[in-house]
Structures are given as C-alpha cells and as structure tokens.
Design a protein around this ligand. Structure first.
Ligand code: NAD
Length: 483
C-alpha cells in the first residue's frame, strides 16, 4: 500500500480525480518541500459523494450489525498489516517522528475501527414499562448521511475515531481529512476497497476547509456533522449548521492546565509532564500548556524540567532517536514563534528553547523548533489565554488549592486537565471543581475508549467515545405500545 503523488477522492467506491481538475500542494514539513498533490475538491465533488452515500444507505443501514462488524474488522486488519507504510506516510505528511506514528497514531486508528465494530454488537436501547398498560421501547436508528471533518495533529487517529462509530451504527459518511495531512486517509480509502466496504458507504473528499469542508457542512442532505478542529472553525460550522438543525458534535481547542502539588510522586510527575507538554511538539489537543506548581517544589521542578527539556532531541522524524520532529507547516511554525515574541513583550522570561533548529541534510528546509518553557506571566495575558498548539508551556507557582483551581479555570477553554497529588481527598475535590471534560489524576493521556471524550466552555459541544459516539450517530425514537 504505497502513497501516490496525485491523491484522489474516494467516492462511490472508486478513486476519482476532483471535478475541477485542480490540485493543492502537499508539503513534507521536515524538508519544507512539496511531495504530493491533493484534490482541490468543490461542491460538485461533495454532491457526488452525498449521492453515493444516499444510494448506499438503505443496504448498509439494514444489512445487520454482524456484517458491518466483519467488514470494519477486515479494514482494521489491513491497516495493521500495513502498519509500517501507514506510519511512514503519517510521519512524512505531518512531521511527527515515525516512532510515534507507528506506536500511537496507526495502532490507535485500527483499534478505533475494532472498538466500534465490536461495540455495535453490544449496543442496546432502553425500554420503559408502564405496568398493566403499555410498554415503551426506544429504537436507535442511524441518521443517514453524516459528515466527518478532522484536523492535522493526529490525522488517521482522529479521522477513524469519527468514521468508525458513524459506520458501525449504520450511517454512510462523507468525510474530509485536513488538507495538511491527507495521505493516511487516502491510504485508508485503498484499505476500504481491499476490505470490501460497499461503494458509497464511506466517501473521502479531499480539499480546503472553507471550500470542501464548508460544502459538506452546508449540504442540506447531510444530517449531522462531527467535527474536530479549532474553536474559530467550530463557531463557523455551528453558524452554518445550527439554523438548519443539524446534529453537531464539536471537539475544539484547549489550553489545558497541569496542577502539580508538592506531595506528588516527583519522578513520575516529571516523566509524564515532559510528555504532556511536548509530545507531538505540543500539537495534541490534550497537551498541558499551563503548568501550576505548588511553591515548595517550584524551583526544584523548574530546574529539573528545564534540564530534561533541553535533553529532548529535535530532528529528522524518520530517525528513531528523534523525540520531536517538525511542526506541521511553515505558517504554524510562524504562529508559534509569534507567541514566543508576544510572551516576551508581555513580560515572560523564556527559560529555554523557542529557537529554530538547523537539522541539516535532507531536513535543511524543515520547520523545527526547540521546545520552550516560559516563566513569569500572569493568567490574564494572551500567552496564557490563547491556544498556541506548539512546543511551548508556561510555568507558575501557586500557594493554595483555591488559587490553583482559579488559575486552572481562568480561561475560556475546558478540554483536559491534569492533577498531581498523593492526597486522595484533595485529588477528588479538585477534580470535582475543574471546568474540564477530562481530568487525569497522576497520569496523562491514559485513554479508555469507552469513556466520554470532549470539552466544556469553548472546547466544544457533545461527547465522543463509547456509547456517547454511538448515541450521537443514531436518532432515538420512542415507540409506545398499549396492551
Ligand atoms: P482547523 O479548525 O483549522 O481545521 C480542522 C478541519 O476543519 C480541517 O479538515 C479543515 O480543512 C476543516 N475546515 C476549516 N474550515 C472549515 C469550514 N469553514 N467548514 C468546514 N470545515 C472546515 O483545525 P486544525 O488547525 O486542523 O487543528 C488544530 C485544532 O484542532 C486545534 O485548535 C486543536 O486544539 C484542535 N483539536 C481538538 C481536538 C479535540 O478533541 N477537542 C483534537 C485535536 C485537535
């Protein structure tokens, strides 16, 4: 399963060029050069995809869960059998180390498919008995044609996280991966063809957000939109979809706090805090970007954290020794650098990093940055309020539990949060008061796919994961039968 130079859309079971005949450059961020071309699709391609999905829906939605289970499991197997090719493609497309793509991104992608393929076998609806009179039972029926739109940071991982529950529950999908990282979705279309997914059940239309993505959201026969991406894009999608009452799931940005109490297991906290700060160059929506440390251990934490961060190896993502690869694009690297400048203007002190890295060789033109730690900024400043989504964290001491909670909750976002303490009561108290969809205590990114996943405040609307996702992709219909 090889990446191609000219990607094609996957519509009605076939790989087809865009109607416009136009293509967009696809850049390898580790070398800063175009290496393939993506269909510049428009509303005509989306229209064809919706028609294909509508045609496939009656059969797919009624063929029975066991058939859907078998096909999705086959597609998962094909991804797993081609793990190396998928991981390499993900690394080249996104700049992330191939070691991460092969141990996190791609394994999770086939697990997403397996998880929802098996979940649908166990999915059940409720019944409500009115004694002596009637019985109510709830039908959970697929919605029809649904739209799934995903971002670039965990490309196949998040793409499959959406399409797997949508397909398992009997919907047909019109989807769009990010234009920055389309390659593994393209490889997935080949896996679906090999795995025998019936034509039109899944359609993958490549292209730009405001053109292709917007056409999916606007299409009157697309019943629901499951979107993961930035908060500003989520707002735009809600503006389009809400007035026509489309079902919406919005997984948006974050500015996650990491609260560290003095009584924590210092070594474990340090290992995980390094990961939660800089995994994937900080380009994971769950990364902790604001670190609050109880004052008695603040200096010890700061010195050790800076030392370990300086040891991280930024380099060619193809090499197993690289801890961090390239940022996803030139524009994104410039955005991250602009925040580093802003942090200094706002009075912050950059303790380490923030400078471009000359990796050399093939990677001479790549977008590499040393991970940065900033100290001395108030919660109110833009650096602490806005999502940077790069290898940048701020650190700050706190004195009381109350103060830590106020700092953690002091932003418009509310996706994930992390608490480090060995005091059981405090851990529960703080978890209860954090304004976030996810709280990790003494760990980070430990994921059970059955749990609800999503954010509060400007981090989104709705939940993914487990039954939540299957409920989103089905409509509940109550049937009341008198006897
Ligand atoms: P983005 O919002 O720019 O793009 C996401 C997707 O939406 C892309 O496929 C893009 O082409 C498409 N899009 C853009 N404009 C559109 C429009 N008008 N209509 C329809 N689709 C449109 O986000 P990004 O830069 O790709 O990803 C980074 C963001 O994603 C960060 O804010 C990050 O926090 C967020 N994210 C959130 C989660 C989560 O689970 N909450 C997970 C990963 C990433």
């Amino acid at each position: 399963m090889k990446p191609d130079k000219y990607l094609k859309n996957y519509i009605a079971g076939a790989l087809v060029p865009p109607e416009s005949g136009e293509y967009i450059d696809n850049i390898n961020p580790a070398i800063g050069q175009v290496y393939s071309y993506i269909p510049d699709s428009d509303e005509r391609d989306v229209q064809r995809a919706v028609e294909a999905a509508e045609k496939a829906f009656p059969e797919w939605s009624s063929c029975g869960v066991r058939k859907r289970f078998r096909i999705l499991m086959r597609v998962a197997d094909i991804i797993e059998q081609n793990l190396e090719e998928f991981a390499k493609a993900e690394s080249v497309d996104s700049g992330k180390p191939v070691s991460m793509a092969s141990t996190v991104d791609i394994p999770r992608a086939h697990e997403n498919l397996r998880f929802f393929a098996t979940a649908i076998l166990h999915f059940a609806a409720e019944s409500h008995h009115m004694e002596g009179q009637a019985i109510n039972y709830t039908l959970r029926q697929p919605l029809g044609v649904v739209g799934c739109i995903s971002p670039w940071n965990l490309p196949l991982y998040l793409f499959t996280w959406k399409i797997a529950p949508a397909l398992a529950s009997g919907n047909c999908v019109v989807s769009k991966p990010s234009e920055l990282t389309p390659m593994t979705a393209y490889l997935l279309s080949k896996a679906c063809m090999e795995g025998g997914l019936p034509p039109g059940v899944l359609n993958i239309v490549h292209g730009l957000g405001p053109k292709t993505g917007q056409a999916i959201v606007e299409h009157p026969r697309v019943k629901a939109i499951s979107f993961t991406g930035g908060t500003a894009t989520g707002r735009k999608i809600a503006e389009t979809a809400a007035p026509v009452f489309k079902k919406l799931s919005l997984e948006l940005g974050g500015k996650n706090p990491n609260i560290i109490f003095a009584d924590c297991d210092f070594n474990q906290m340090m290992v995980d805090t390094l990961r939660s700060s800089f995994s994937n160059n900080g380009q994971i929506c769950l990364c902790g970007s604001r670190i609050y440390v109880e004052r008695p251990i603040y200096e010890r934490f700061r010195d050790e954290f800076v030392k370990r961060t300086q040891f991280l190896k930024v380099g060619d993502p193809a090499l197993p020794v690289s801890d961090l690869g390239a940022l996803v694009s030139k524009a994104h690297m410039e955005k991250v650098q602009s925040y580093l400048k802003l942090a200094e203007v706002e009075g912050g002190k950059i303790l380490c990093g923030g400078t471009p890295v000359e990796v050399g060789g093939e990677c001479e033109g790549g977008y590499f940055l040393r991970p940065a730690i900033i100290e001395g900024l108030p919660i109110s400043c833009r650096t602490n309020q806005e999502e940077i989504f790069g290898p940048v964290v701020t650190i700050q001491p706190f004195d009381t539990e109350e103060e830590a909670i106020a700092l953690a909750n002091g932003v418009q976002y509310g996706l994930a949060s992390t608490v480090w303490t060995n005091n059981l009561q405090r851990a529960q108290r703080v978890a209860e008061r954090l304004q976030a969809g996810i709280v990790w205590i003494n760990c980070w990114m430990l994921r059970d796919l059955r749990t609800p996943f999503g954010g509060v405040k400007h981090s989104g609307v709705g939940r993914e994961g487990g039954w939540e996702a299957l409920r989103f992709f089905t409509e509940a219909k109550n049937v009341c039968m008198k006897y």
